[in-house]
Each structure stands twice: as structure tokens, then as C-alpha cells.
Design a protein around this ligand. Structure first.
Ligand SMILES: Nc1ncnc2c1ncn2[C@@H]1O[C@H](COP(=O)(O)OP(=O)(O)O)[C@@H](O)[C@H]1O
Ligand SMILES: [Mg+2]
Length: 232
């Protein structure tokens, strides 16, 4: 579904992604791992078109996205939950969700689908509250809800459990599993918490200093790799 080959990315003179490859198969849940600063967020932003890439290709269902606008990528069916959530604190929950619809989406979806409130009942109860008044866990649910309003086929999440209370972490895990296994949404997520990654993902991809270093089924993620690439 998503096929990235030989991707190169620079921030000014600083070479951040080196010849990076990544494959995400339809229906899978892939966990992108690696220590802080190795380039995970940079890779996700490159996929979303939020930062330019220097070279390489990003193919989504056979369409080359490398030069496509960010809006186009969203409309083609990629949903994105950024690191730190980035919800609008002064807008209400409902207004935040509507920002995910974008001005004129090709799907012609005009209202937030009821399925979002079925997945996150708390958002329905809080529709008129300001985003900034929600707890961290509720804001994360809002950020995921906003990414789902256009019914993406691929959902990308950047550290969805960062700074969130344990009980909500497990709820978010259940939602990701449900989206992936029941609703057929392909998932690419960045996650540092190993138990969480093992629970939700079926495969892993490890990055180190801007390069791709290991890939495999999640049960193949062994202690040697964890020590070498993941623990500080
Ligand atoms: N906007 C930016 N401008 C310059 N350098 C950046 C920018 N964003 C991130 N970097 C640098 O790029 C590297 C990768 O960062 P990032 O992709 O955020 O890593 P990760 O998500 O794996 O923690 C880091 O060295 C970081 O300091
Ligand atoms: Mg990051």
C-alpha cells in the first residue's frame, strides 16, 4: 500500500533521512521505532507532504506522492495524527473535528461521520467544549478522531501514547486494534513503549540515525535489537 524507496531528506544542510526504505502492506499495523532524534517524525512528515524531500520515492497504492500537496495526500486516504496532537485549543471539539474535513474534500463529506462518536463517545459528550479544556487523553482521542473524518485507508500516528495516563493508553491501544483488525484501516505508528507496540502492531521497522536498520514481524523483535537500537 505504502512503498518508500531511497528517501533522502535534509533540514538545510543537515542530512536527516539517508536512503530510507519502508513498506507498509495493506491491512498491516507497522510500528516504526528508534531512539529520540533518529528521524521518525521527519519520515512521517515527509509521507504527509509537510516537509519537502530531496530524493527518493513515496508511492501510495501505486501513485507517486513525492511531489503531491499535503491536502492531496489526505484526500487520497492518508490520515495523520501528529506528535504532540496539535489540536486547536481555542476551537471547540466539534470545530476541531471539522478541520479534518478540509474546505472542499473530493469525497464530498460535509459532516463529521457518526462513526467517530461511536469510536470515541467522550467526544460526543464534549462537542461544545474547547479543545484546550480536554485532558491529554481526550485530546489524543480528538486528534485521532480528526484524522478519521475522511475515512482514511492508511492511518499514521506519531507517538499516540506520549504523556498519556495508563488507562487511556490502553483504550487508545484498543481503538487502534479495532480500526486495524475490524475496520480494515492500515496503520503506521511510531511508538516507544514496547508492550504497547507488541500489543497493537504486527511488524516493526527500526531506524537509527536517519537510516533504516531492521525490519520484521513483531515477535521477532528481540532483546539484542532492543538494547542496540531502542534503550537509552
Ligand atoms: N524543523 C527542523 N529543523 C532542523 N532540524 C530538525 C527539525 N526537526 C527535526 N530536526 C532534527 O532532525 C533529526 C530528526 O528529528 P525527528 O524526526 O523529530 O526525530 P524523532 O521523531 O525520531 O525523535 C533530529 O536531529 C532533529 O533535531
Ligand atoms: Mg518524533
Amino acid at each position: 500500500m505504502l512503498n518508500i524507496t531511497a528517501l533522502q531528506q535534509f533540514y538545510g544542510a543537515s542530512h536527516t533521512l539517508w536512503d530510507l526504505d519502508l513498506q507498509v502492506k495493506q491491512g498491516s499495523c507497522v510500528c516504526l521505532m528508534g531512539r529520540n532524534g533518529v528521524g521518525k517524525t521527519t519520515l512521517l512528515k515527509s509521507i504527509m507532504g509537510l516537509i519537502p524531500v530531496a530524493d527518493g520515492s513515496i508511492q501510495f497504492d501505486g501513485i507517486d506522492l513525492s511531489r503531491a500537496k499535503a491536502e492531496t495526500r489526505a484526500e487520497l486516504g492518508i490520515g495523520y495524527v501528529p506528535q504532540g496532537r496539535e489540536i486547536f485549543p481555542l476551537l471547540t471539539v466539534e470545530e476541531n473535528l471539522k478541520t479534518g474535513l478540509r474546505a472542499a474534500n473530493k469525497q464530498g463529506i460535509k459532516k463529521v461521520p457518526d462513526s467517530i462518536y461511536e469510536i470515541f463517545p467522550v467526544l460526543k459528550q464534549m462537542l461544545k467544549r474547547r479543545g484546550g479544556d480536554l485532558s491529554g487523553g481526550q485530546q489524543q482521542q480528538l486528534a485521532i478522531g480528526r484524522a478519521l473524518v475522511l475515512n482514511p485507508r492508511l492511518l499514521i500516528l506519531d507517538e499516540p501514547t506520549e504523556g498519556i495516563q495508563p488507562n487511556i493508553v490502553s483504550e487508545i491501544g484498543d481503538v487502534i486494534i479495532r480500526l486495524n483488525k475490524e475496520l480494515g484501516v492500515t496503520v503506521l505508528l511510531v511508538e516507544q513503549k514496547l508492550p504497547f507496540a507488541r500489543k497493537v502492531a504486527d511488524s516493526f521497522c527500526i531506524m537509527d540515525r536517519g537510516r533504516h536498520v531492521a525490519v520484521g514481524a513483531i515477535d521477532e523483535l528481540n532483546e539484542t535489537m532492543v538494547k542496540r537500537y531502542l534503550t537509552v
